[in-house]
Design a protein around this ligand. Structure first.
Ligand code: AMP
Ligand code: MG
Length: 410
């Protein structure tokens, strides 16, 4: 059995970065940039008005307030003034339209009065006001998205804004998902005596997608050695294999044996956590092979701890970790003697800004509702003394990604 942080290190040490592929920007959401994305242009590429109003020369603002200026041109967005703006003149201009040559200031339409082809300024802005300068958002040569960064809606917009329609992203890790157990029934099918639905493949499917992977659903292997072997051999064609169940010490727990027969090199089996003790991890020809526990909560927590950072690292991501915070227990928290307890919790924030947590009802490893209700995971160090209300614990919200690794207990 290994300790929690050791298990994470062993997994990350086995990660190989995947290659890149070029995709259309609309296919790139959630993908990781394969290299630094550099802008070949200034954005915006021209000085333009930030307001609907009148383009003037700042030197004419005093006259514009006293006598008004003749309006000599109209510049809608998307058109360019045909002539420079002469001294003593104003041009009607719309938001986003290019500044006419000679003008340096825009007076908002709300601050003027117009009659007989003249514009009288009530309230003069400062010189240079309401003009967006060429390159004020992005300068040519700027890195707009660094290598390894995930592409969210803002990044996608930025790529298009600098003129791109395609982008090089890391290939998505293909993740084979295989459930094991003769008691399992596919989603939606009626249950016979002693049967349960295969929920693990679907929690894993969601977790894989959320980490940028591509799930490959291989269904259910019954507790039969030959069939388990056939399906694991198929799973080993993918970049990552996730099995659930069958890695404990029961008579029908074939997964480990079969994997070893198929040449999987074992890196660890058993981690000192509760839940999530019977986790097996190995490597096969560069592929990562995770044997997650069968209990639904144990499988999800183990995915969160080991598989998620691995999938992100394969894509070159640097933000492998969840954010973390310290929260005060609302009720006493019991500890396990020699294992880190990972409890599911709801986070609450006091008026004074202090985070508090309460566990999400019964915490059995088969109680999936404890995950449904959870904002995050609480880590209770092994053999932790005390456990009084108000005691501080490390909590990992199940949202977001950060580059700093949380200081998980050993
Ligand atoms: P095992 O490690 O195979 O003994 O499984 C431990 C527990 O998890 C048993 O109660 C199984 O029925 C349950 N279990 C195993 N696989 C799944 C699955 N795919 N979906 C839901 N529960 C499962
Ligand atoms: Mg089983």
């Amino acid at each position: 059995m290994v300790r929690l942080n050791e298990a994470i290190d062993l997994v990350l040490a086995a990660v190989r970065r995947l290659g890149a592929e070029r995709v259309a920007v609309c296919e790139a959401l959630g993908r990781a940039a394969a290299g630094d994305i550099v802008s070949a242009a200034d954005v915006p590429s021209f000085d333009n008005s930030a307001m609907d109003g009148f383009a003037v020369r700042a030197a004419d603002l005093a006259t514009a307030q006293r006598d008004g200026l003749p309006v000599v041109a109209e510049i809608p967005a998307g058109t360019v003034a045909t002539a420079p703006l002469e001294p003593g003149h104003a041009a009607r201009i719309m938001t986003g339209a290019p500044m006419p040559v000679g003008a340096d200031t825009v007076v908002q339409v709300e601050r003027v009065e117009e009659h007989d082809g003249r514009v009288l300024v009530h309230q003069a802005p400062r010189a240079g006001a309401n003009v967006r300068r060429a390159g004020e958002d992005v300068r040519r040569g700027d890195v707009v998205v660094p290598r390894g960064a995930p592409l969210g809606p803002a990044e996608i917009g930025m790529l298009v804004s600098v003129g791109l329609e395609e982008v090089d992203v890391a290939r998505r890790p293909r993740v084979a998902i295989l459930a094991t157990g003769s008691e399992l029934v596919p989603a939606g099918q009626p249950l016979g005596p002693g049967q349960i639905h295969n929920s693990n493949s679907f929690t894993a499917w969601g977790q894989v997608l959320a980490a940028g992977g591509e799930p490959v659903m291989l269904g259910i292997a019954p507790d039969d050695r030959a069939e388990t072997r056939r399906l694991i051999a198929r799973a080993l064609e993918e970049d990552v294999v996730i099995t659930s169940g069958g890695v404990s010490v029961g008579d029908f727990d074939f997964v480990k044996q079969v994997e070893e027969e198929l040449g999987v090199e074992r890196r660890f089996w058993g981690v000192a956590t509760k839940p999530g003790k019977p986790v097996a991890f190995g490597v096969h020809d560069g592929r990562l092979v995770f044997g997650l526990p069968g209990n639904p909560v144990s499988a999800m927590v183990s995915f969160e701890l080991y598989v998620r950072p691995a999938l992100l690292a394969m894509q070159g991501r640097r933000d492998l970790w969840r954010p973390w915070l310290t929260a005060a227990a609302i009720e006493p928290v019991a500890a396990t003697k020699d294992r880190v307890e990972v409890r599911r919790c709801l986070l609450l924030r006091d008026d004074d800004g202090v985070w508090r947590f309460t566990t999400t009802g019964p915490q059995g490893s088969a109680i999936l509702r404890s995950m449904v209700l959870a904002d995050g995971l609480v880590f209770v160090p092994a053999g932790h003394e005390g456990g009084r209300p108000g005691d501080p614990y490390l909590v990992i919200p199940l949202q977001g990604s950060r580059p700093e690794r949380p200081p998980l207990p050993a």
